[in-house]
Write a protein that binds this ligand. Structure first.
Ligand SMILES: [Fe+2]
Length: 243
């Protein structure tokens, strides 16, 4: 595994924390398949001290049934079940792919990360920055929405200049925690450590699709003391989104 620092995350690092990106809402995308598995994960996360989670199912062409109405209904059903066995507070948002359906979701009203603000979690293709995206985002931002780019470190085409340009456009960045571990390959490790060191991230999320990947890769994260502190600040920012 990659070694970009000497220190493991402290055991209590996630105590009191809030996750802002996960696919824990069961049966609606490529994340957790059943409510039973989601409830098992919530139990484990509660043991680690996680207190709040924003569930962000995929809204993209691959899941045509995922719209605001259907997903809100799925969420309310799951939340009612989860509340019986778990103290973690749950809220609903979404992860929007910047594809042909994005503007439909805009018209129906985005499920935002923030309760009171207008932060919208967005992702693009990992392979290429598709034409037309800038125009779509311009329209949305003119309506006072703030764009949070999910896992910028994972976009294969993105180099240093892209990141600075996106920041200049006012986009926020959300780090995928496991990018630091090598779970998504060497390029994502290099980019995530660089962006963290440069203070370019605003939030950190698990992007959890299942527990297995987490159990496997979380112990491999090694950071400098300064980067552990920077990660802690991102967790503080996460909480501000929830409240
Ligand atoms: Fe995701």
């Amino acid at each position: 595994m990659f070694d970009w620092g000497k220190h493991k995350l402290p055991d209590d690092f996630f105590r009191g924390s809030c996750d802002v990106h996960c696919h824990l809402l069961p049966g609606v995308d490529d994340g957790f398949a059943t409510a039973e598995k989601s409830l098992q994960a919530l139990k484990k996360l509660e043991e680690r001290g996680v207190e709040k989670m924003i569930l962000t199912p995929h809204f993209m062409k691959d899941y045509p049934l995922n719209d605001r109405t259907n997903i809100t209904s799925e969420f309310e059903t799951f939340k009612a079940v989860a509340e019986k066995s778990c103290k973690i507070e749950l809220r609903l948002a979404a992860e929007y792919m910047l594809d042909a359906r994005f503007m439909d979701h805009y018209k129906e009203g985005f499920l935002t990360l923030s309760k009171t603000g207008k932060q919208v979690l967005c992702e693009t293709s990992y392979m290429m920055y598709e034409p037309g995206i800038s125009e779509m985002l311009y329209d949305v931002m003119c309506d006072d929405y703030n764009i949070v780019i999910a896992h910028p470190e994972r976009y294969e085409y993105a180099v240093r200049d892209n990141y600075f340009r996106w920041r200049d456009k006012g986009f926020y960045f959300q780090l995928n925690l496991l990018s630091l571990s090598g779970a998504y390959g060497k390029a994502a490790v290099v980019k995530s450590h660089y962006l963290l060191k440069e203070g370019m991230y605003d939030y950190v999320g698990s992007d959890m699709h299942g527990l297995e990947n987490f159990k496997r890769f979380l112990p491999h994260i090694r950071l400098s003391k300064k980067n552990i502190d920077r990660l802690g600040l991102l967790l503080e920012n996460n909480k501000k989104l929830f409240d």
